[in-house]
Ligand binder design. Structure first.
Ligand code: CP3
Length: 354
């Protein structure tokens, strides 16, 4: 099977030449788009939207209908895996995700099983296949999962917005229990991403949203090593095409060299690090994805344009950059600022590619 008509995203991840810097946006299908809110209302809830492949396909395509994005990302959530493990996911309006049965007792942890994605997560695989078909070879489709550690944070804490003291207590008091959870999560994530690749995902991204809360000597042991295990188990070529991998640890700036040596093709950067500095440190080994502060999009088109220009100038001439935000887009972002960002990246990056 051939590459998409616009394959700039895949090429940039593999550090091949492109005429401009490709861009996609973390959480590009989301609440800042009125059409998303309408479809979500029709679905009844966020989770019902995720579980309905027709509606998930519809919202995946919404930002692409408005903007010249260079990639699509399947509409889903990282918490589908712990939900399939039986922890009972629900979303409380204004408070984010919660689990009815967080992992606390040793017997619960020992009983944890990696779900078979075909049996328990077929709604995600169906959405991947439907989106891939609907894209009709226009732009590539990204599949994703949470990192084993980030999933463990939600599974143990039971909700977002905590200070992570329950996870950290387990890490220091009962490290073998946390390692047990992480090993099962790594198996689950590997099988899940391989199933997404099998269903049509053309690149995959690991979201390690909470790896950055770990102490320096704990990051490698409790987060990076398990992501390496996932990367080592992934099917990296499908239909003769390489499936690039992106690893994003929010707050991972301190550990860039180890992250770049993990076996991934690209490293996602949050906004706290200068992308030019990151390029000097690891840009000869991997591509970089990022890293405009999402809050810049709360300003005006002119400020957004300057912000984009600064990131592009900092990366400088050459290949191997996928433009993105340093984290997910805010629900309060005016869509016209997203338009300004995409136009700015496509225009301003051209001279850096000649
Ligand atoms: O990028 C995309 O467009 C794909 C969709 C996507 C969602 N979640 C949809 C979503 C992706 C890639 C995710 C990943 C995800 N989910 C992460 C990792 C990335 C990150 O942001 O750090 C995490 C930590 C989660 C867990 C999660 N899901 C939280 C903490 C929340 C609540 C946050 C909030 O903004 O309310 C969600 C809900 C969620 N996932 C929404 C969307 C569009 C908003 C839900 C809604 O419509 O009410």
């Amino acid at each position: 099977m051939s590459r998409p008509r616009n394959d700039t995203f895949l090429r940039a991840l593999l550090r091949e030449p492109t005429p401009y810097t490709p861009i996609w946006i973390m959480r590009q299908a989301g609440r800042y788009l009125p059409e998303y809110n309408q479809t979500r209302a029709r679905a009844g809830s966020f989770l019902e939207l995720c579980r309905n492949p027709d509606l998930a396909t519809e919202v995946t395509l919404q930002p692409l209908a408005r903007f010249a994005l260079d990639a699509a990302i399947v509409f889903s959530d990282i918490l589908t895996i712990p939900d399939a493990m039986g922890l009972g996911l629900h979303f409380v309006e204004g408070e984010g995700p919660q689990f009815e049965r967080p992992l606390r007792e040793e017997w619960e942890i020992k009983n944890l099983v990696a779900p078979d994605p075909v049996e328990h997560l077929s709604y995600v695989l169906d959405a991947v296949a439907q989106v891939r078909k609907a894209l009709a070879g226009e732009v590539p489709l990204i599949g994703f999962a949470g990192s084993p550690f980030t999933l463990a944070c939600y599974m143990i804490e039971g909700k977002s917005g905590t200070d992570f003291s329950t996870v950290k207590k387990m890490l220091y008091a009962r490290p073998e229990l946390l390692h047990h959870i992480l090993a099962i999560n790594a198996q689950a994530v590997t099988a899940y991403l391989n199933a997404q690749i099998e269903s049509g995902a053309q690149a995959v991204m690991l979201f390690d949203t909470w790896g950055g809360i770990l102490a320096s000597n704990a990051y490698e042991r409790f987060s990076l090593n398990y992501m390496k295990e996932v990367l080592g188990g992934l099917c990296r070529v499908r239909d003769g095409q390489r499936i690039p991998t992106v690893l994003f640890t929010k707050g991972g700036g301190l550990w860039l060299e180890s992250i770049a040596a993990s076996g991934c093709d690209a490293v996602g950067l949050d906004w706290t690090i200068d992308i030019g500095v990151a390029r000097q440190r690891i840009g000869s080994q991997v591509a970089l994805q990022g890293n405009l502060d999402p809050a810049v999009l709360l300003s005006s088109p002119a400020v957004v344009r300057d912000g984009a220009a600064e990131v592009l100038a900092s990366f400088g001439r050459g290949f191997g950059h996928v433009f993105n935000l340093g984290h997910g887009i805010s629900q309060f972002t005016p869509p016209e600022n997203v338009q300004a960002l995409i136009d700015a990246v496509h225009e301003i990056s051209r001279p850096y590619h000649v």
